[in-house]
Design a protein around this ligand. Structure first.
Ligand code: SF4
Length: 261
């Protein structure tokens, strides 16, 4: 991937639900075929680092209402740049409430800082990644489970997401058993025909899980996933560990042109 180090145009992105996302990094090397972001040509193949984000945040934090909820993510270049750590430290000092997403183990380097402000912090760990789920299905764990459980052991509020549920690959009840005391939120797979992520997911499943291909094709054609629906019926009351809502605004676009901004 090509790394681009840039100055921030805007330090916050406001999503369609009106929530504030701190722009630290952009791009992802994981390459999930169902990812909506791939429809954005400026996103594919690039990793962006907004190298001045800490300075900009320091200059502008006075204009952010006190106790605001800020969303931010650790990125693949955190080990080198440590920008998430630096921004989190500043935001916590100013009393902000944070929802932090992380696909990277560097968050564990900051566990002391996060646990000493645990009343201000919630962490979301996404589990739906094909290769990582293969590892979990073989061995009963993977890096994402280890990160989630370690954060929880340190008293941090953690939610896991299986977004989307991947039938035949993500056994949600088995996942929940390996994440004691952590809510597991699920959402329906979107493989609509004519969408880039729908076509890419079908190709990926055909090439890597041929035994599941007909099931995924049926989901694409009907828009319905019987496995997800069975989980939904069982857990829709929202009282148990498995939850049928997401702990963030669902960015599901209506079509390719509506992919996340
Ligand atoms: S779905 Fe998430 S982890 Fe997968 S490629 Fe997109 S941003 Fe990366």
């Amino acid at each position: 991937m090509i790394v681009r180090v840039e100055k921030s145009a805007e330090i916050f992105r406001i999503d369609k639900a009106g929530e504030r996302h701190l722009n630290i990094y952009k791009g992802c090397p994981i390459g999930c075929p169902f990812c909506y972001w791939q429809a954005d040509p400026s996103w594919n193949g690039y990793l962006y680092v907004y190298s001045d984000v800490r300075e900009r945040l320091e200059a502008e934090i006075g204009s952010v209402p006190p106790s605001s909820l800020i969303r931010l993510s650790y990125g693949p270049l955190e080990k080198e740049w440590r920008l998430a750590r630096s921004c989190i430290s500043l935001l916590l000092e100013h009393g902000m409430r944070l929802i932090i997403s992380s696909d990277y183990p560097e968050i564990l380097d900051d566990i002391g800082m996060l646990s000493s402000h645990k009343e201000q912090v919630k962490v979301i760990i996404e589990l739906s990644k094909f290769k990582a789920m293969d590892e979990f299905n073989r061995s009963g764990s993977n890096m994402y489970f280890d990160i989630a459980n370690e954060l929880r052991r340190n008293g941090i509020d953690v939610s896991a997401t299986v977004s989307p549920v991947l039938p035949g690959i993500t056994d949600v009840e088995e996942i929940a058993r390996h994440l004691p005391s952590i809510p597991v939120h699920i959402s329906l797979l979107d493989v609509r025909p004519g969408t880039l992520w729908g076509e890419n997911t079908l190709s990926y499943v055909r090439d890597n899980y041929p035994e599941l291909y007909q099931d995924y094709l049926a989901i694409s054609e009907s828009g319905r996933d019987p496995y997800y629906e069975s989980l939904y019926e069982k857990y829709k009351d929202g009282k148990g560990q498995i939850r049928t809502d997401l702990p963030f605004y669902d960015t599901r676009p209506k079509g390719n042109a509506d992919a996340i901004r």
